[in-house]
Design a protein around this ligand. Structure first.
Ligand SMILES: Nc1ncnc2c1ncn2[C@@H]1O[C@H](COP(=O)(O)OP(=O)(O)OP(=O)(O)O)[C@@H](O)[C@H]1O
Ligand SMILES: Nc1ncnc2c1ncn2[C@@H]1O[C@H](COP(=O)(O)OP(=O)(O)OP(=O)(O)O)[C@@H](O)[C@H]1O
Ligand SMILES: [Mg+2]
Ligand SMILES: [Mg+2]
Lengths: 469, 469
């Protein structure tokens, strides 16, 4: 009489689409653009090709409730996908290529799929994905079997590819409300351009208006390399998984072979501290020894610092350039950019970069007080500011008065956190959880930048006083 | 060279446990208590038995990082579970009994499982679930196969049940930090007691301290009844699913048989408006007709108001009693409780109840200004206040000065939203999305209560003035 049942992952997100960011028709437009554009940027960066991305939103029909039906179409010159992967990548939740330990915007394996799901349930129209990795061009027309979390292929055409085109085109129909989200959407595109100046973005909105964000540089950031996990991130589950596939015949070989930052001497020292024999076979570790190992690994201070080759920070030079251009700063304004060394939380490497800006240009554009601009893995975060860790640091951890900043000072704080795992609190990637190590790093990098800010402000105050005499 | 793969739902939440609310060791304690207590309250209310719930958190060991290992144990006198359902209910993500259209705290089919998963990955200890529906008592010791999202049964004992006990005991070990979350946790328990005065809750904390929330009444709220969906909630996906199982041989029979609020005349009128023949076989509906039907259903004004027998509002009487007791109000204080008629959003029925309180007692307990106390389906919401729809309404939609409320007025605003589907924006149920209809209803109910508040404040001001002369 009580009925127990299970549901598929796509059914879960069909029933709870607000959880994925599709909370109302205007947010749905934002979420859809975000998910598709981030997939295209990832795909272009993956092969270090300067992105050329075309995004078009066309109104098909308006309805009484204020919402409209749009065609959303995005085209990129990225990696493309192998034809046998296209159906699952786009029409299956929890399927993707970004489950590895290297920085990318995508991470969950569901963003593109849920955008397609939302389009399907609001318009009953299939999605068309056209893609090539350099060979034939494959065009799939598909829908999602929501109860089974599986793709349904309605049509599959194979076309020749004389020009050797490589990339992906996604076209779908969806219900939405562009007018209510327009200004936020344009902010998202502007901020994307600010931290990805090598990308050339074109957006045509339902009114037919064209927005072009031109390429500022051809220099692509270095490609993040997949890395081994850092031992600070060992937990009983990933230990168990590694043991089931390892070829290591001793715990020493296991530690040096499966983790970064563990040399031969370090492995000896660590295992001795954890009370585990060097020669112990990994598969013979008892549960209580595994727990001891995990606890000891977290506290052990002598593993090498994390390998940051899996990360792709914006870099002080590009960040400064992008901010100067985006905020229109002059030499009368102050700008200080600081990029910290890599750190880890739960074994995941991360880097925090920040910029503080103030001065007459800032005072003109922004009201007095602090404006925060946030990024995570180069994704602009525009919602739920006060729920996230950056807001907490700026408003609670930094004592701005000690840096000569008053509530009247117009200031822009830019923070970028990049990691192999951003601690997002929501599937819609709206804001980050207040992970203790991440919070500490953001606090430290802002304090470092604020020291330069203090000098600038005290000097400006002094210059102002002398001018008045 | 690009590797595509899929992951299971439990693997997704293992990798992204912040998404489920387990963002750091202190929040993990809060999330675990929430998920287990809400399961127990649902189970007791399901059979209209006044809940007797015992929750104990025992410290097993402390670690250097400030976190500890706890044993968490909760016991209830609820429905219990059939023995063949226990493994999947507790050790499989997206499995449960609350996927029906009736109000309950649980809704996603994952809260208890993720709590058990968190305990398992931080301590490598299995969970023990003991339960009976009145017959034999079954005791399962289990772990989750995270990569497959399946239960692993380590032990299964069947015990006699002479006393005919019915209920469930869950015991697990987990890492956490109780001291950092203690005060919020106690607020959660107090507010739970405030809106569930028929529940008897006992909590023993790691320090051995006992907190008892005694039963205030034996009157259980009426049991929410499962209902048919309301036609405003038709979308192409659920239409398609109904068509594949329906026995209706005409669209008229389909509308009256599968939905609430559609009588014979209403079905005729609606189908005529949508341009669909009464006698059309549901299975022969073309895609474009389905879309027309869905659009027309959303705008159609003449379906009956939603059937609220699936809802369980607190009710003005119980809410008033609970608030008076919880806030310690006297007859010098003002309290106005308003409960609105049911409304729908996307076809889901919902009710908003609110209470406004001010006066000398409020001024003593709370600083000047507004304190918001939020509930969704009787669950206290204590985090991310400014991200949710209630905060938006209180701070943006209500012009408090027109109700004589100044920034100096000490005021408590209590809001309870109950629905067959709460528009949570997060898996951790922290706050609600600003669904337009829900936002509108909250705005209207607060305005209604605020009109009485205005009279009270203007009268108090007048009395104060006359006293000064
Ligand atoms: N434009 C594209 N070009 C190349 N590959 C793509 C493109 N869009 C999607 N993909 C592939 O499809 C997969 C699934 O995409 P989806 O957006 O659903 O998840 P994701 O990007 O991996 O993670 P997230 O949910 O965080 O976005 C990606 O991992 C990628 O391999
Ligand atoms: N104490 C309990 N007594 C009886 N049944 C329980 C109890 N705890 C869990 N269950 C059963 O196990 C199922 C799964 O619980 P779980 O908490 O994982 O999901 P849920 O409560 O359905 O949804 P949510 O994720 O929103 O909490 C429940 O639907 C319920 O049927
Ligand atoms: Mg993606
Ligand atoms: Mg639950």
């Amino acid at each position: 009489e009580i009925v127990y049942q299970s549901i598929s992952p796509s059914d879960f997100f069909y029933r709870n689409r607000e959880i994925a960011g599709f909370s109302n028709p205007s947010r749905a437009v934002y979420a859809a653009v975000r998910e598709l554009l981030e997939n295209s940027l990832d795909a272009c960066e993956r092969q270090r090709v300067p992105p050329d991305i075309f995004l078009r939103l066309t109104e098909v029909s308006a309805s009484e409730g204020g919402t409209s039906i749009y065609i959303m179409r995005i085209e990129d010159n990225g990696t493309g996908l192998p034809s046998d992967q296209i159906p699952s990548a786009f029409c299956r939740v929890f399927y993707g290529s970004k489950y590895t330990l290297q920085q990318s915007r995508g991470t969950f394996g569901l963003g593109g799929t849920i955008t397609i799901l939302y389009g399907q349930i609001t318009t009953h129209q299939p999605v068309t994905v056209t893609s090539s990795t350099g060979g034939d061009i494959h065009e799939f027309t598909m829908m999602i079997d929501i109860e089974r979390n599986e793709p349904m292929i309605l049509k599959h055409k194979v076309l020749g590819n004389k020009k050797g085109w490589r990339g992906t085109v996604v076209q779908l129909q969806m219900e939405g409300d562009y007018s209510r989200i327009k200004s936020r959407l344009l902010d998202y595109l502007k901020q994307t351009a600010m931290v990805s100046p090598y990308a050339d973005l074109t957006f045509v909105d339902p009114g037919g208006r064209l927005y072009r964000f031109e390429r500022g540089t051809d220099m692509m950031p270095p490609l993040p390399q997949p890395v081994k996990p850092h031992p600070h991130g060992i937990d009983v589950e990933n230990f168990r998984r590694l043991v089931s596939v390892t070829k290591a015949r001793s715990m020493k070989e296991f530690m040096t072979g499966h983790f970064q930052g563990v040399g031969s001497k370090t492995a000896d020292k660590f295992l001795k501290l954890a009370g585990i024999g060097n020669r112990t076979r990994p598969s013979s570790m008892k549960p209580e020894d595994i727990v001891t190992l995990v606890r000891a690994a977290r506290e052990f201070k002598d593993f090498k610092r994390p390998d940051a080759s899996c990360l792709s920070p914006i870099g002080e030079e590009l960040l400064e350039k992008g901010i100067r251009k985006e905020l229109g700063l002059t030499e009368n304004d102050f700008l200080k950019v600081v990029s910290r060394k890599p750190s880890t939380y739960l074994g995941f490497p991360f880097i925090v970069e920040t910029a503080l800006a103030t001065g007459p240009t800032i005072r003109k554009q922004y009201k007095a007080g602090t404006t925060i601009i946030r990024f995570a893995n180069r994704i602009p975060l525009l919602f739920d500011e006060s729920s996230g860790v950056i807001w907490k640091v700026v408003n609670r951890n930094i004592h701005w008065d000690t840096y000569n900043v008053s509530s009247d000072t117009p200031m822009v704080v830019v923070v970028h956190v990049c990691s192999t795992k951003i601690p997002y609190k929501t599937v819609g990637k709206e804001y980050m959880a207040d992970q203790p190590e991440v919070e500490k790093e953001i606090t430290n990098v802002i304090r470092t930048a604020a020291r330069s800010l203090r000098l600038f402000i005290s000097r400006s105050i002094r210059i102002e006083r002398e001018r008045r005499r």
